[in-house]
Design a protein around this ligand. Sequence first.
Ligand code: ADQ
Length: 470
Amino acid sequence: MSAPSPRLVVVSNRIGDPRKPAAGGLAVALGNVLASRGGVWFGWSGKVVADGAPGAGKLHYQRAGAVQLVTIDLSEQDFEDYYCGYSNRALWPAFHYRLDLADFAAGYFAGYQRVNRLLARKLATLLQPDDVIWVHDYHLIPLADELRALGCRQRIGFFLHVPLPPPPILAAIPGHEWLMRSFFAYDLVGLQTQADVDHFGRFVQEEAGAVSLGDGVFEALGRQVLARSFPIGIDVEEFRDLAGSEESRQTEAMLRKQYGHRRLLVGVDRLDYSKGLPRRFRAIQDLLENYPENLQSATLIQIASPSRETLSAYTDLRDELEGLAGKINGEFGELDWLPIRYLHRTWARRRLPALYRCSRVALVTPLRDGMNLVAKEYVAMQNEADPGVLVLSRFAGAAEQMREALLVNPYDIPATAQAIQRALRMPLAERRERHAALLRQITEHDVHEWSRNFLDALATVKTRLRAEIQ
Ligand code: ADQ
């Protein structure tokens, strides 16, 4: 009989609650792994409390089956400096190649270090010697370094959900030496794509004096780290099951009634400048100008969920999109038809399958994206006998795997419009062929494979330091 798996401790900025059905695919997947082997999920509660408020810094415990959920509130200052500041005004834009939007105020950097240290101190009190720790995303890059400083010797892996840009962009981040050194406190660093892994390898060799030992292992500062790509997937079955819900059926019936005689296109995104929404709207404008057969027919339903609304880059984007949608609808719309239906809200996850099923084309055209799960959800929901077409940005991580989509450069608006037109007119045989290949790809490489591969690699990684410890 094989030995039971060690306890898993997942750390992410926000935690999912496996008991809630509305949780996204990633939350479901991590919840499943945690539930199957028992474990702890640790992160910020999402609550902000006044600086120095009584109870600040206290841990909150909840149990969800075999999973212990442990959260902590953030003070106003920590929320401002760590979350809004360094994470979302500095790292998020820089990692999405947008140095022009990045704000590297010194207070943000100090707040980021302070909160990571605080989280490490709290987490260390919960750890057992054999735990395996899996840290998620850009908010928490230095967490392992802080844990190591407290004497933690457990296996620690890190997964970055967003892209890792090439060395010249990373080198523009003040304090990048410190940030990149932090990666060497992990045993395993997982990235979404091979391109991200290449950037990591080049950066640590050029800027941190690391030496490549082959097979993705790098050595620097007396430590070794394994860097490898683990492209994240979706839970195809779980997502398809949502289509059976009453809400999904009602939505599908409504959409077919309203739009049955139109050519429906869909976009589903967080309202974020990385998602390329203004250029997507301009591509629709170009489509209507240059391919007039789409007048009174093509309709883009764009759902854009509110996101990080305390940050000005996001409110500016919202204003820009509302202006563009109004302009395009004003110019081309008729009493009984509008080319863009723009909804600035989060849709219930249960209603998404219906929207995907009814749409002949999905527009997934980010300027930069770690992976993009909407591309995979759209493919999962198509009718295999008469599938829709995915128009996908070559700058989404998903493009590395989903080669049978219509790949576009979202900066080239006329070419994007041309690809949309091609998608709308694509013959059935070609649609079926492309869809079958994409469906095979997302089914074989789903979110369960992703977490299994990552945890297997973490369980077996052999670094010199680890060999010395054991
Ligand atoms: P996100 O930037 O949030 O995630 P994405 O992968 O597209 O991007 O979406 C995550 C989930 O949110 C999907 O399940 C999608 O259905 C849902 N969603 C998005 N917009 C929605 C809306 N308006 N209403 C309802 N649901 C919505 C980050 C990285 C990505 C990476 C993921 C996972 O930025 O590149 O793919 O993590 O690693």
